[in-house]
Structures are given as C-alpha cells and as structure tokens.
Design a protein around this ligand. Structure first.
Ligand code: UDP
Length: 392
C-alpha cells in the first residue's frame, strides 16, 4: 500500500510528525512524504523537521509564493506529476492549508494505471484521507474554511479531532462509515514533546523564568492584511502589554504588514522576535499567564496545556476549546478583547468546566493508522520485479 503524505505549511509539520512515526512501525505501508514548499522559510519549515524528527521529504515541489488561487493551481500541477510517477493507492492530507485542498483535488481527478480493490469495489483513483476533517468556522471569508469544505467533500476517509466535526460532516451528508473520531494528532505531538520543550532553555534565554507574561501570535489575513484592523489590534494589545508584558514571535506575513503600517512596540512591555521553533514555542506557551492568538492550532495547544487563551477572531472552528477548554473568543474590537483579558486574568485556567477533550491523549495518529490498516486489509501488497504492486 503506497500512501503519499502531503505537507506544506507550519501547522502541517506538527500534525504529520506522529502520523509518519505510526506509519514507520508497520511494514504494510510504503509512505512517500511530499513537501509542497508553501512554507519554505527555514523558521517555518526546516526547524520542525529537525525538532520533531520528521524524515526529509522524498519530494519537494518548491512552489513559489503566489496568490491563493495561483498557489493552489501550481501545487495541483506539480503534484499531478508526482501522482503519475508514483501511482499511490492513497493520498493523506492534513489540516486546512492550500496544499491540503490542492493535493486532495489533484488526487480526486487522477486515474491510476492499475486500479485496485478497495472497500468492496474497484478503485481507479487514490483513496483520499483527510486528517483533521469536519472543522467548520462557518465563515467563508477565511481561505481555510474553503479549503476545509472542499477537502472534506473529496475525501474518502475523514479523521475527526473533536465530536462537533462529526456533527458538521453528518449535516453535510457525509456517510457515517467514512468518518472516524480519532482525537487530535497535534496534541500527540505536544504530549510527546512537552518534556523536551520545558528543557529548551527558552524562558531562561529571554529572562522570563518566574515572570508573568502574555504570548501573542497573529497571522490570519483577516487580521493583518487590512492596515486599520491591524492598527486597532496592535493598539489594543499594547494596552494589554501595559499591564502584562507581551512576547510576540512575528510571522513573516505579519512582519511585512507591521512594517508597512509603521506601528510601534515600546520596549519594556513588548518582546518581538522572529518565529521560533516548536519546542521553544511550546515552552513559551507553557510558561505564559495567557496567550492571545488568531491561530487554530494554538487554541488547541493552550487547552491541552491548561493555559488561558484569548482568540482574536469572531469565531472558531474548534468549539471544544471553548466548551471544555481554556479558550475565549474575543473578536477583534478593543472592548471585547480587553473584556476577555480581564476575565481571563481573574479566572485563569479555572474557567468553568475545563477538561482535556476526548481522545486528546497522545494516540490519535495510532488510531488513524489502525483504521487505514483495516480499511486496506482486503488489498494485499507484494513486490513484483522490484516494484511495489497491488494484487486484489
Ligand atoms: N508555532 C511555532 N512557532 C511560532 C508560532 C507557532 O512553532 O513562533 C506553532 C504552534 O505551536 C502550533 C503551530 O505553530 O503548533 C500553529 O501554526 P499556525 O498558527 O501557523 O497555523 P494554524 O494553526 O493557525 O493553522
């Protein structure tokens, strides 16, 4: 069974790490790791391979930066050539970035030279596997929401990280047998790396040990691309910083916008830096009094760590981080953000009903691979003349 696993952007690397580890324990799967190059910066890509022990990609598509549409199209074009050369029985995509939807769509349109037996029938296209399926913000202005919906429509096996995902997919007509609630692969990585992160020396290096600080991340186009929205957000965060010093690893997209807007970050209450590695960021999250973010993954990680989170968006596609976790959806206005900050400071992680969401236990990737093993059981892999072939 040959499965192509696709990664392209920072959150993908964190999700793929435990999946590659689980695949590597089985001989029945031959995996090929394809990196689209959507994030190519060493601080957003290489460091995660090194820190999380992900093997070097087998194929690098090296797509150049471009608009949403041009980048999606270019990934599809380059990925089609990989499908042609490799003839995989499965394509596994994670998350909700352009690489996710582009590779799922290319796989959906691809015809294999040798169809194979799958799920009681004859399969002439690669089976499309989506890990982190079913999340919905119900906000089509987010490019990620479009990516999520299209990827899920195309997917044959949908692996879901929280129960609401099952409800969303059922409402969209996805048959029950395609959905599998397995837990959260991002939390697999967090639990596996937590101890090492605490030993990373990051807090010592920044002089933060034993000190109270808040941690900020900001990179969603809806927050950073419009100068007025960005200005309001930064001015509001500066009022927060006057009460709680803020550490801000700045995403390259955001840095560019901040420079264009000429916004000031008074020293003493702000510590700005380049994006940091996973271990360093996990150390910063673990030690923070609270986190202010528009990241999807960070909402989940703060819930798993029990650190209060203020989400600088009007909605979340990860509702269990609010209903069970430490997350507060604060929106992007000054009043609502400062209100959420006061509440979070007063209540801390002791916000009512906080508990670890179901199956966020470090074993989600194992469950995914177990389901895949069972799903492809009817198909027998064999090596014919040195080439991997499939006999139904
Ligand atoms: N992260 C990191 N370094 C940073 C900021 C974030 O390693 O400087 C990690 C973070 O722990 C999380 C992931 O990047 O695992 C989130 O990625 P991002 O916010 O880019 O994407 P999203 O989750 O919003 O799709």
């Amino acid at each position: 069974m040959k499965i192509i696993c696709v990664v392209g952007a920072r959150p993908n690397f964190i999700k793929i790490a435990p999946l590659m580890r689980s695949f590597s324990r089985l001989t029945s799967f031959e995996t090929l790791l394809v990196h689209t190059g959507q994030h190519y910066d060493a601080r957003l890509s290489d460091i995660f391979f090194a820190q999380l022990g992900i093997r070097a990609p087998d194929v690098e598509l090296s797509v150049p930066p471009a608009t949403q549409t041009a980048q999606t199209a270019e990934i599809m074009r380059r990925f089609e050539a990989v499908l042609e050369a490799e003839q995989p029985q499965g394509v596994l995509v994670v998350g909700d970035v352009n690489s996710t939807v582009a590779c799922a769509l290319a796989a959906a349109k691809f015809r294999l030279a040798d169809p194979f037996a799958w799920s009681g029938g004859r399969r002439s296209r690669p089976v499309i596997i989506h890990v982190e399926a079913g999340l919905r913000s119900f906000d089509d202005d987010m490019p990620e929401e479009i990516n999520r919906k299209v990827t899920d429509v195309l997917s044959d096996l949908l692996f879901v990280s929280e129960p609401q995902g099952l409800i969303n997919l059922a409402r969209e007509g996805v048959p029950e047998e395609r959905m599998h609630f397995v837990g959260n692969v991002m939390i697999d990585t967090l639990l596996a790396a937590r101890r090492e992160a605490l030993g990373s020396g990051m807090l010592e290096k920044l002089g933060l040990l034993g000190r109270e600080y808040g941690l900020v991340t900001l990179h969603r186009p809806g927050n950073v691309d419009d100068p007025q929205t960005l200005k309001t957000l930064i001015e509001t965060l500066d009022s927060v910083a006057a009460r709680l010093p803020l550490v801000f690893p700045v995403h390259p997209r955001t840095r560019k916008r901040l420079e264009e807007a000429g916004l000031a970050f008074p020293k003493g209450r702000w510590t700005l830096m380049e994006p940091v590695g996973y271990l360093e960021f996990l150390a910063l999250q673990s030690g923070a009094r609270l986190v202010l973010t528009d990241s999807g993954g960070v909402q989940e990680e703060t819930t798993a760590l029990g650190v209060p989170c203020i989400t600088l968006r009007e909605n979340t596609e990860r509702p269990c981080t609010v209903s069970q976790g430490t997350n507060r959806i604060a929106g992007t206005s000054r009043e609502t953000i400062l209100g959420a900050f006061d509440l979070a400071l007063a209540e801390g992680a002791g916000k009512g009903g906080v508990r670890m969401p179901a199956l966020w236990d470090g074993h989600a990737a194992e469950r995914v691979v177990k389901v895949l093993s069972a799903s492809f059981d009817a198909t027998v892999g064999a090596t014919v003349n040195g080439a991997r072939r499939w006999i139904a």
